[in-house]
Design a protein around this ligand. Sequence first.
Ligand SMILES: NC(=O)c1ccc[n+]([C@@H]2O[C@H](COP(=O)([O-])OP(=O)(O)OC[C@H]3O[C@@H](n4cnc5c(N)ncnc54)[C@H](O)[C@@H]3O)[C@@H](O)[C@H]2O)c1
Ligand SMILES: [Zn+2]
Length: 356
Amino acid sequence: MELLRITTSSKEYPVFIGNGVIHQLTEFVKTELSSFTKVCLIVDSAVADLYLKDLQPALAELEIAIYKAPSGEQAKTFDVYYEIMSFLLDQKLDRKSIIVALGGGAIGDLAGFVAATYMRGIRFIQVPTTILAHDSAVGGKVAINHPKGKNMIGAFHQPEAVFYDLEFLHTLPAKEKRSGFAEVIKHGLIHDVVFYAHLRDRLQSLEEVPPSDLQAFLKRGIEIKGDFVSEDETEQNVRAYLNFGHTLGHAIEAEMGYGGWTHGESVAVGMIFALQLSRKKLKLKFNVEDFKSWLSILGYETTIPESVSHEKLLQRMKQDKKSVGQQIHFVLLKEIGKPELCELSDEELLEELAHF
Ligand SMILES: NC(=O)c1ccc[n+]([C@@H]2O[C@H](COP(=O)([O-])OP(=O)(O)OC[C@H]3O[C@@H](n4cnc5c(N)ncnc54)[C@H](O)[C@@H]3O)[C@@H](O)[C@H]2O)c1
Ligand SMILES: [Zn+2]
């Protein structure tokens, strides 16, 4: 087991990483979260089917109320949010109660937003079950979606702790592994050239990552996320660098209708695009072709799907929460590990997309 500490201006909390760490959750709640009243577990229904029966003995002492939410993105809706609020009131949770989120990033975001707003905010614990959630479980951004846009209703609310039990990851479909690893690669590219080189060297298949490597990669990914979050909890400056690959990535994900391509698969193409732009605008020295062939070996698409119109991608990028006054900002790299924010004109972007 490994223990990391995330320090932000609003809270400091532990991240436990390793096989079987879920079994320490009950003890943690009893000893560290003093004077708690009730605990409610909000769980992804697919994860519940796979794991809940086995987990119940470990959680029995806490007499948990269990709410099974729809799996994945379907959970991040107003309807589900409202239903959970009613459930918590029926179950008589109060301001000293605790929410536990068990699932991928979607459940973490939903349960975190519930915790941020129920009775003006109660404590919560993240128990991520996907590789992607090494990213989303840390940092305190929580949200649900509006039909007009993803993550449009949200808050900053840090968890009390993160229990990242790597045993859960065995059942992840290949697509979801790809989705998560794109963020691990991103963390290397934006912050740590040695880690990136290590990933490039060690990672040749996402299906056969040795457990010790997996733990080390995810731990480093979380540390890097933690570094950005502790410097800039509410994204006034450097936290924005975590959006590397996401400006175009989000646009592709949306144009593909959410779910056609996973978040990380879309971000992978966004990173290739951002790396090419970085070569051009900031003289980055980097072999993009080699990066593309590595991503292909790992099972990623490396080009924008033909069915997607460049004009529509541009419009999506302008609507992005990160755009300022319709001007698109890209995170580019001047060196691996050294990001910079660059403003790009529409013409320039359309030109680049045409040659991508
Ligand atoms: N808050 C943040 O900082 C942040 C950062 C990145 C992403 N996100 C959010 O995270 C969400 C994506 O998270 P995700 O990629 O984890 O997806 P997800 O939560 O939608 O899970 C993906 C799929 O995997 C299934 N699943 C989860 N765990 C499993 C397991 N152990 N075995 C088998 N199947 C399992 C789920 O049921 C779902 O179908 C998005 O909503 C995104 O907006 C938030
Ligand atoms: Zn992301």
